[in-house]
Design a protein around this ligand. Structure first.
Ligand code: IMP
Ligand code: MG
Length: 335
């Protein structure tokens, strides 16, 4: 993936695979020039640097690299207050752009989300993404260009990114959530309000399929999901705690349900997303001796075997392996 201009980052399962960590690492290591965030405020991307934790709902996770231009694509859905707060927190005002046609998610959408018995039954995050996207489809939604506070940030993201690709710049397209939450391919109706796959990420950012060089699918070493809906192989909370897999959601604080890695699902989702490479995060959660490893050779034999099994079953190379929470706790196997 090094020297490759345009890469899509897609979540493999139900979100929370650790895309924030992978993106922040790539931004720093490869000195990425552009990062485009897609999706909406329901997704939190966690970035750890020097003991400081950021849970980003709007600002792209590549912000750690200070020369990276940060963008929100036309297909995304912007929560204005949250966006302004995060811009302040991450100090990225001078390099942050929002596409003029990105739509706006408002307080009323959150209220509609939280008071709808149907949406509540799906276990939504309550941010209002479903109702906001309904309004967009009805063509009554506000757009970024209609919002006075967003005027300093307005951009034509698709043109900027495609010009960047022409100039050989390095671009990351930051997917949110996971493929099993896709409106089209996930566990409907227990899904989010949009397609979350690699093709949809390109569409939201404004990049055509022929301009993408790599699709990096992000797997976590075990699977989790928040909210309602099927989770194959689900274990009890007690068992998850015993194994050290128990997590709570970065965005909503809810308990995450968990299950062992599903190789068949991993294979299928790699194929449908056209994945060329994989990242495998949280290897240290299932093999504690791997904590903080930065070289493949430092891994225990059983951990190596697990990585190799992921490669065999999915047919794609695992190029990045997460071994701890910080952006740089990672094994980079790229040439
Ligand atoms: P909504 O996207 O808020 O409508 O929620 C629909 C489903 O997607 C629920 O099961 C949520 O828990 C789940 N979901 C939405 N965003 C995320 C995320 O960023 N991580 C994990 N699950 C999510
Ligand atoms: Mg998350």
């Amino acid at each position: 993936m090094k020297n490759v201009p345009c890469t899509v980052i897609v979540g493999a399962f139900w979100g929370d695979e650790g895309k924030g960590k992978i993106i922040s690492y790539l931004a720093l290591k490869d000195k990425v020039d552009f990062c485009v965030r897609t999706g909406s405020v329901n997704a939190a991307h966690t970035v750890w640097m020097d003991g400081k934790k950021y849970a980003l709902h709007m600002v792209p996770a590549a912000f750690l690299h200070e020369k990276c231009r940060l963008l929100i694509g036309a297909g995304a859905n912007v929560h204005v207050a949250r966006f302004l707060e995060e811009v302040e927190l991450t100090k990225v005002k001078g390099r942050m752009g929002v596409d003029q046609q990105a739509s706006i998610i408002e307080e009323k959408h959150s209220l509609q989300d939280k008071t709808s018995a149907h949406l509540k039954g799906l276990g939504t995050t309550g941010w209002g993404v479903g109702p906001a996207l309904e309004e967009r489809a009805r063509r009554t939604a506000k757009l970024a260009k209609d919002i006075p506070e967003l005027q300093p940030y307005l951009a034509d993201v698709a043109t900027e990114i495609n010009d960047g690709i022409d100039a050989g710049k390095k671009v990351l397209l930051e997917g949110t959530q996971g493929f099993m939450l896709s409106l089209f391919y996930g566990t409907y109706p227990y899904v989010t309000g949009r397609d979350t796959g690699a093709a949809a990420i390109c569409s939201e950012a404004g990049v055509g399929p022929t301009r993408v060089d790599d699709v990096l699918i992000v797997y976590k070493s075990f699977m989790t999901r928040v909210g309602t809906g099927p989770l194959p192989g689900e274990m009890t909370k007690e068992e998850a705690k015993e194994r050290g897999w128990f997590e709570t959601a970065a965005g909503t604080g809810r308990d995450r349900r968990s299950a062992p890695f599903d190789f068949e699902l991993a294979r299928k989702n790699a194929k449908i997303n056209g994945a060329t490479q994989a990242a495998l995060t949280k290897l240290d959660c299932i093999f504690p001796r791997c904590q903080g490893a930065r070289k493949f050779d430092e891994l225990s034999a059983d951990a190596k075997r697990f990585v190799e099994e992921v490669e065999e079953k999915t047919g794609i190379p695992v190029v990045l392996i997460g071994t701890g929470p910080e952006a740089l706790d990672l094994i980079d196997r790229r040439k």
